[in-house]
Write a protein that binds this ligand. Sequence first.
Ligand SMILES: Cc1cc2nc3c(=O)[nH]c(=O)nc-3n(C[C@H](O)[C@H](O)[C@H](O)COP(=O)(O)OP(=O)(O)OC[C@H]3O[C@@H](n4cnc5c(N)ncnc54)[C@H](O)[C@@H]3O)c2cc1C
Length: 436
Amino acid sequence: MKIAVVGAGWAGLAAAVRARQAGHAVTVFEAAPMPGGRARSDDAGAAAADNGQHILLGGYAATLALMRSVGVDVERALLRLPLSMTYADGAGFALPARGPRLLAGAWALLRARGFTARDKLSVVALAAAWQLRRFRCPPGLSVDELLRLAPTARVKHRLIEPLCVAALNTPAASASAAVFLAVMRDSLFGARGASDLLLPQRPLAQLLPLPALQWLRGHGVDVHLRCRVSALERLAQGWRLRVGGDAPSRPGADGAAFEQVILATPATAAARLTAPLAPAWSACAAALEHEPIVTLALEAPPRAWPAPMLALDSDADARPAQFAFKLGPQDGRVDRVTLVASAAGAWLARGSDALAAAAVAQYRQAFAIAPDEAVDCVGVRADKRATFRCSAGIVRPAARIAPGLFAAGDYVDGPYPATLEAAVLAGEAAAAALDR
Ligand SMILES: Cc1cc2nc3c(=O)[nH]c(=O)nc-3n(C[C@H](O)[C@H](O)[C@H](O)COP(=O)(O)OP(=O)(O)OC[C@H]3O[C@@H](n4cnc5c(N)ncnc54)[C@H](O)[C@@H]3O)c2cc1C
């Protein structure tokens, strides 16, 4: 079949690769000059800046398989570390690299620093309760409500809340407990290695977007970059695409007809394009709310870090960032550090200067940096619509919009929050649905 894929983020790339592998004639339309969407780099260079720090998990089976399909050496591209939630002062826990899962968990808990015996017992009680309920709960329950009985305040603030905001980009007070439990089930309590942290060793573009682009073009797929789809028209059999954009010419792109279309744009663009065709679906997509993620680059005096990724104590008043990363080349004279502030809407409302000043003060405090030592914020990057807000009771749009028209993207109905894995799974599901 003649298939159009609109959008070359990770969902669109997954859909295009899998549809081509299934033998379809595929054309990709992407509004931006680079593929990758929200997980993109600014250019194709080895030192390109990314649209925010991303981490993958060992349980991202579909994403890792797709990367391998297009020729990425996953073991070299990603640094694999056992899950840890370590703070700058050394408090926290780290899973050991080897050992049976249950034993490894018990060992990590036993050795966890900064937690009392009562804290540790409350973690055991919580884990047992989740397992007993098979990681299920009513859809309208929030993570805060889920935690009401079990853990101590310290476990809640230093363990569960950072995990929740990192995974769902939504504060525990309003986050969906059902989605949070699905993440816990398939990562922390999932297959061996599923909870491992996979930290990118190269710009995001080289993890999937550019290798996939090369693979697609090498397999006869037309990929039109800088080519925004402005309208979809229903034909007696199939769909016609209207395109705009700033590319000088794209012969044959505007007005081309396709038997089936996969819309792999963000929810807002999909809602706009489908409003006249599928109003109920469009309204559901348009109703999703979004949360920002802010990534800050700091230069700070060198310190020994217990791990390349550290948790930070955060709060709504003075400490915006939940995690700090020290990755990439370091020259020993200055630490080049990335801080991530998720669910940062209230912080952005105060302005990025106020946010940067608070993050620098937070970093100074966490690493006990003396007043005469310089800590500079050298970059602030805010993605205001980083992911949909994964609230309790959320209703997400279905993958099938109309006959021959499918949605693919991290927001499409599924068990996981907005992640690379959710995007890739949605892309692959849309490609598989074409055959039916
Ligand atoms: C700062 C930040 C940090 C994140 N951290 C993590 C993390 O650590 N781990 C994780 O798993 N996930 C993380 N995420 C989430 C992850 O990036 C997204 O879930 C994923 O990239 C979504 O992919 P997608 O293909 O569904 O959508 P998108 O990436 O939004 O792709 C949609 C594409 O459609 C294109 N498009 C839009 N309109 C049109 C049109 N009319 N015509 C043609 N093309 C169009 C866009 O240009 C874009 O390329 C993070 C996101 C952000 C922003």
